[in-house]
Design a binder for this molecule. Structure first.
Ligand SMILES: Nc1nc2c(ncn2[C@@H]2O[C@H](COP(=O)(O)OP(=O)(O)OP(=O)(O)O)[C@@H](O)[C@H]2O)c(=O)[nH]1
Length: 376
C-alpha cells in the first residue's frame, strides 16, 4: 500500500484510484485558500517599509503575481469523478504552490538584502516562519514536494539572515526551527499515509461486505436482494429500449422429501449441483441468475419472449431427467417445475415476478416437472 504514494511522489500514476481520489480531495481542501496569506504578507512588508515608494512597479507586480496565484488555487478545480485527470490536476496544483513559495522566497530574500528596507525584516521573518510551518503541516500529502516548498519559502530568508546578522544568533534559531519543520513534515506525512491506508482498508472491507450481502453463501449465485434490484433495472431497460424480457422461476420438486430421505447435507449438495447446472445451461443466456428462495431460482432472459424462454426452460427440465445431477448414491433424479413470464407493456418488475410465480404455482398444481407460461 505504501508503495503507491512513493510511486506517486516519483511521478508515476500507479496509485489505487480510491487513494488518489482521497489525495485530490485533501489537496484541494488544504491548498485552496493558502495563496491569500502570501498576498497578505507581501502587503504587510510593503506597508511597513519604503519598498512601495522606492520600487512601486516591482512591488505592485509581485502583489499582482501573488493575487493571480491565489486566485488560480481557488478556480482550478479537480474533476473528482474523472480519475484519469487527477495526476494532471495534482501536478498543476503543486506547480501553483511551488510558484507561490518560490516568489515569496526570492522576493523576500531580495528585500532583506537591501538595507533600506530593514523595517520589513521582522514581518518577513514572521511570515516566512508561518508559511514554512503551514507547509510542514498542511502539505504532508507528498513529502518530497512539501519539502521543496518548505525550502523555497525558508531558505532565502535563512541565508540572508546568516549573511547580514553579525551575531548569527537569529540565523541559528532559524536553522534549528528549519530542522524541526523537516522532522514535523516527515512525521505528518507518515500519519497522512497511515490514514490513507486505514481509509483504503475500510473501503475494501465495505466493498467486500457489499458483495457478500448480495451473494447466496451456499451456491455462490446472486441472492434475492440483488435479483430484485437487477429485475427492476432490466425491466426499466427493456421498456426504454422497447426490447422483450423473459423471466424464469425454477423450483425443485419435492425437495422436502429429498431432504427427509437423504438428509440436509445431501440436500445442500443437491442445491449446489442444481445451481451449477443452471449456470452451465442457462447462465450464458441470462443476465441474472439468482437463488431467490430455499429451492427456488430465478433467471432473467433479455431479448426473449415467453415462448422462446419456455423452449430453453423445457430443454433444461428435460436434461435433468436424461442427465441426472451427480448426487448421493440412490437419490432419485432431481426434477423441477418452471414458471415463465415475459414483460408486458408498461409492467413493473414486481408484477412480472408475480405472474411468473403464479405460472410456477400452476406447474406445481398440474403435477410438477413441467414448464408453464404466465397468462398475459
Ligand atoms: N438442504 C437444504 N434444504 C433447504 C434449504 N432451504 C430450504 N430447504 C428445504 O426445502 C424444502 C422446501 O419444501 P417445500 O416448500 O415444501 O417444497 P417442496 O418439498 O420442494 O415441494 P414442492 O415445491 O411443492 O414440489 C424444505 O424442506 C426446506 O427445509 C437449504 O438451504 N438446504
Amino acid at each position: 500500500m505504501n508503495r503507491s504514494i512513493r510511486d506517486a511522489d516519483a511521478g508515476s500514476a500507479v496509485v489505487a484510484p480510491g487513494r488518489l481520489r482521497q489525495e485530490v480531495f485533501d489537496t484541494r481542501r488544504r491548498m485552496r485558500i493558502g495563496g491569500v496569506f502570501y498576498l497578505f504578507g507581501w502587503t504587510l512588508l510593503v506597508a511597513y517599509s519604503p519598498l512601495g515608494s522606492v520600487y512601486p512597479v516591482h512591488a505592485l507586480a509581485v502583489a499582482a503575481a501573488f493575487l493571480v496565484l491565489a486566485v488560480l488555487r481557488v478556480v482550478v478545480r479537480p474533476a473528482l469523478d474523472n480519475e484519469r485527470a487527477h495526476p494532471r490536476w495534482l501536478n498543476l496544483q503543486w506547480g501553483i504552490v511551488f510558484a507561490t513559495a518560490a516568489l515569496w522566497g526570492v522576493a523576500s530574500g531580495l528585500v532583506m538584502l537591501d538595507a533600506r528596507f530593514a523595517a520589513a525584516n521582522v514581518p518577513i521573518l514572521l511570515c516566512t516562519v508561518a508559511y514554512a510551518t503551514a507547509c510542514a503541516h498542511t502539505l504532508s500529502m507528498r513529502r518530497g514536494r512539501a519539502l521543496a516548498c518548505l525550502t523555497l519559502v525558508y531558505l532565502p530568508a535563512l541565508c540572508v539572515t546568516w549573511r547580514v546578522d553579525a551575531g548569527a544568533g537569529p540565523a541559528w534559531a532559524l536553522l534549528v526551527y528549519f530542522a524541526y519543520l523537516v522532522l514535523a513534515l516527515v512525521s505528518s506525512h507518515r500519519e497522512y499515509r497511515l490514514r490513507l491506508d486505514l481509509d483504503e482498508e475500510l473501503r475494501i472491507q465495505r466493498d467486500r461486505f457489499e458483495t457478500l450481502s448480495r451473494l447466496d453463501a451456499l451456491t455462490g449465485l446472486a441472492n434475492r436482494r440483488h435479483f430484485s434490484e437487477a429485475l427492476d433495472a432490466e425491466v426499466a431497460r427493456a421498456h426504454v429500449e422497447d426490447q422483450p424480457l423473459a423471466l424464469l422461476i425454477v423450483d425443485i420438486d419435492h425437495f422436502k422429501r429429498f431432504n427427509d430421505t437423504h438428509g440436509h447435507v445431501a440436500g445442500d449438495l443437491a442445491l449446489v449441483a442444481f445451481a451449477q447446472r443452471l449456470r452451465e445451461q442457462l447462465g450464458e443466456r441470462g443476465v441474472q441468475l439468482a437463488r431467490v428462495g430455499g429451492e427456488e431460482f430465478a433467471l432473467l432472459l433479455p431479448g426473449l419472449r415467453a415462448d422462446a424462454a419456455a423452449v430453453l426452460a423445457d430443454r433444461f427440465r428435460v436434461d435433468l431427467g436424461t442427465s441426472p445431477l451427480p448426487l448421493v448414491v440412490g437419490a432419485d433424479a432431481v426434477r423441477a417445475s418452471i414458471g415463465v413470464a415475459d414483460l408486458l407493456p408498461g409492467e413493473m418488475g414486481e408484477a412480472m415476478y408475480l405472474r411468473a410465480d403464479r405460472a410456477l404455482y400452476r406447474a406445481k398444481a398440474e403435477g410438477r416437472d413441467r414448464v408453464v407460461c404466465a397468462e398475459g
